[in-house]
Write a protein that binds this ligand. Structure first.
Ligand code: HEC
Length: 144
């Protein structure tokens, strides 16, 4: 009987632990519905991008005045790319693999590395999901 109770307690503890984990990973959904992903992207954007690109993503952040070139208007990505949202380009720019003017030179941090280094980023997969959430969020802002 005591053993059964112990087993039950263990299962309960495990369930609680797993429950907590799934709450945390809701921030960085793996195969999550786009809406949750967009919400996560909005959070990430508010945290890491607004200072330069601004709340409206048009390049109006508080640091924008000090930057040359100015932070890009991220609501015009589709327009500047001839009507197609440049998903891969955006991913690579955030990741840091694709260098654009004003990046790499220090004006725009390479978030792939920054996310990997930050506490709670977890691993390369979590970083990828985080960048993807930003890409999906930016996709919703096109033409706004
Ligand atoms: C320290 C300021 C700063 C921060 C923070 C910042 N950016 Fe940028 N971003 C820039 C600058 C400057 C450019 C380059 C503009 C240019 O070359 O014309 C840029 C360009 C971009 C571009 C390329 C746009 C294009 O049309 O080529 C994307 C995409 C982008 N940023 C996304 C993001 C995202 C997403 C975040 C947050 C994770 C972020 N940026 C955070 C300054 C910043």
């Amino acid at each position: 009987m005591r053993l059964t109770l112990f087993g039950f307690g263990l299962a309960l503890a495990l369930a609680i632990t797993l429950g907590t984990q799934s709450t945390i990973s809701a921030q960085e959904p793996a195969a999550a519905p786009p809406r949750a992903m967009v919400a996560a992207g909005a959070n990430n954007f508010a945290q890491y991008c607004v200072a330069c690109h601004g709340k409206d993503a048009k390049g109006t952040g508080t640091l924008a005045a000090t930057l040359k070139p100015k932070p890009a208007d991220l609501t015009g990505l589709t327009e500047r790319n001839g009507g197609t949202f440049p998903r891969d380009m955006v991913f690579q720019v955030i990741d840091g693999k694709k260098k654009v003017k004003g990046h790499g030179g220090g004006d725009m941090p390479q978030w792939g590395d920054a996310f990997l280094a930050s506490a709670g980023a977890g691993d390369a997969d979590a970083v990828k999901r985080r960048i993807e959430s930003l890409v999906e969020y930016l996709a919703t802002l096109q033409g706004k």
